[in-house]
Design a protein around this ligand. Structure first.
Ligand SMILES: [Cu+2]
Length: 339
C-alpha cells in the first residue's frame, strides 16, 4: 500500500496547483500559482492559452496514469500463495497507446502553429516598424537607435574583433560614424546620429518593434516576461525575427519592464538586467524640432537630469529625435577637437 502514497500525493498536488492558477489567470500580480505577471502583448495571451491548454491536457493524463498505477499496485499486490501469470502482450492495446498520443501531439502542434508563425516568421516589415539594435555582452545589454535618418551606420567590425581579442570592449557598439555608403543622400553619414545607450531600451507603444539582436561574446537570451518573448543572442547573427508590439492601454501603468538574460552566460549572469520603457507614440514635440543639435547639447551638458525629465514626459519620437541630435552634435564637437 505504501508505494501508492507517492503518486497519489503527486496527483493531489497537481490538482491543488491547477485550481488557483486557473482562478487567478489574467490577474495582474504574480503569485506562487501564476509566477508571471499578466501579458501586455496580444501574442502573450495566445501563448498563455496554449500553456494552460497543454498543462491541463498533460495534467489530466498524469492524474489518470497515477490512478491506474495505484489501482494495479493494490489489485495485483503480492498475496501469500498467489501465483504469477505469464502475459505475452496485447497488440491492440499497444497500437492504441501509440496512436492516441500521436494524434494528440499532432493536434497540439497544429493548434500552436499559428502562434508560432506569428512569433517567429511574421516579423513585420511595414513602414512604421521600428528597428533597434541590441548587443548582448557579458554582463549587460547595449542598444542602438538609427537616429533621425532611420538608418544604422555600419559597425566597425575590424576594430571590434581587435577589441574582443584583447578582451577590452569598453565600447561594445563600435559604431562607424564617418563612412558614407554609396548612393547615400543624407546630410551626414548614417552613423553620425546613431544614438547608443546601455541597459535602457525605450520603445514606442502601438508600433511593431523589431530587435536586431546580436552578441559580442557568448550566447545570451533576451527575455521580457511580460511581453512573453525570449530569443537567443548569438554572436555573428542579428536575430531579425525578434519582434513585439505593446499596446499603450496595457503598458501605461508600468514604469518599466525587466529585461533579463535567460541563458547562463558566465559568473555574473544573474546581474545581466535591463529596463524596457514603453513610451507613448506620437509626433515630435515642436520645441524639440525648433532647436538644433548644438543647442540641445548645451542644455544637456548644463542639466542632463532636467532634459531627461522633460523627455520622459514626451513621446518616444521626441525622445529619439532629441537624443540623436545630441549624439550628432557631440560627434561634430569631438571631430573639431581632433582636427
Ligand atoms: Cu547573458
Amino acid at each position: 500500500m505504501k508505494r501508492s502514497v507517492l503518486p497519489m500525493f503527486g496527483g493531489v498536488m497537481l490538482a491543488l496547483a491547477a485550481a488557483p492558477a486557473m482562478a487567478s489567470y489574467g490577474a495582474g500580480d504574480p503569485s506562487l500559482w501564476h509566477p508571471l505577471r499578466r501579458s501586455v502583448t496580444e501574442v502573450g495571451f495566445d501563448i498563455d492559452r496554449l500553456y494552460w491548454g497543454i498543462l491541463l491536457l498533460t495534467g489530466a493524463v498524469f492524474i489518470a496514469v497515477q490512478i491506474v498505477l495505484v489501482y494495479f499496485t493494490v489489485r495485483y499486490r503480492a498475496v501469500p500463495g498467489g501465483k504469477a501469470k505469464f502475459i505475452h502482450g496485447n497488440n491492440r492495446l499497444e497500437a492504441t497507446w501509440t496512436i492516441v498520443p500521436s494524434i494528440i501531439l499532432v493536434l497540439i502542434a497544429a493548434l500552436s502553429k499559428g502562434t508560432w508563425d506569428e512569433i517567429r516568421f511574421d516579423a513585420p516589415t511595414s513602414e512604421d516598424t521600428v528597428q533597434i539594435e541590441c548587443i548582448a555582452q557579458q554582463f549587460a545589454w547595449y542598444f542602438r537607435y538609427p537616429g533621425n535618418d532611420g538608418r544604422f551606420g555600419p559597425r566597425d567590425t575590424d576594430r571590434l574583433a581587435e577589441a574582443i581579442a584583447v578582451n577590452n570592449t569598453a565600447d561594445p557598439w563600435m559604431v562607424d560614424r564617418t563612412t558614407v555608403p554609396a548612393n547615400w543622400t543624407g546630410e551626414q553619414p548614417p552613423g553620425a546620429d546613431d544614438y547608443t545607450i546601455q541597459a535602457e531600451l525605450r520603445i514606442p507603444a502601438d508600433r511593431p518593434v523589431r530587435i536586431l539582436l546580436t552578441s559580442n561574446d557568448v550566447l545570451h537570451s533576451f527575455f521580457v516576461p511580460e511581453f512573453r518573448v525570449k530569443h537567443d543572442a548569438v554572436p555573428g547573427m542579428n536575430g531579425g525575427r525578434l519582434w513585439f508590439e505593446v499596446p499603450w492601454k496595457r503598458a501605461q501603468g508600468y514604469e518599466y519592464f525587466d529585461l533579463v538574460c535567460a541563458e547562463l552566460c558566465g559568473l555574473q549572469h544573474y546581474s545581466m538586467r535591463g529596463k524596457v520603457i514603453v513610451m507613448p507614440s506620437g509626433p515630435v514635440h515642436p520645441d524639440a524640432l525648433a532647436k538644433d543639435g548644438a543647442a540641445w547639447l548645451e542644455e544637456f551638458l548644463e542639466d542632463e537630469d532636467q532634459v531627461k525629465a522633460w523627455l520622459n514626459r514626451q513621446t518616444w519620437e521626441t525622445y529619439v529625435h532629441v537624443m540623436s541630435k545630441i549624439t550628432a552634435a557631440e560627434q561634430a564637437a569631438s571631430e573639431d577637437d581632433y582636427y
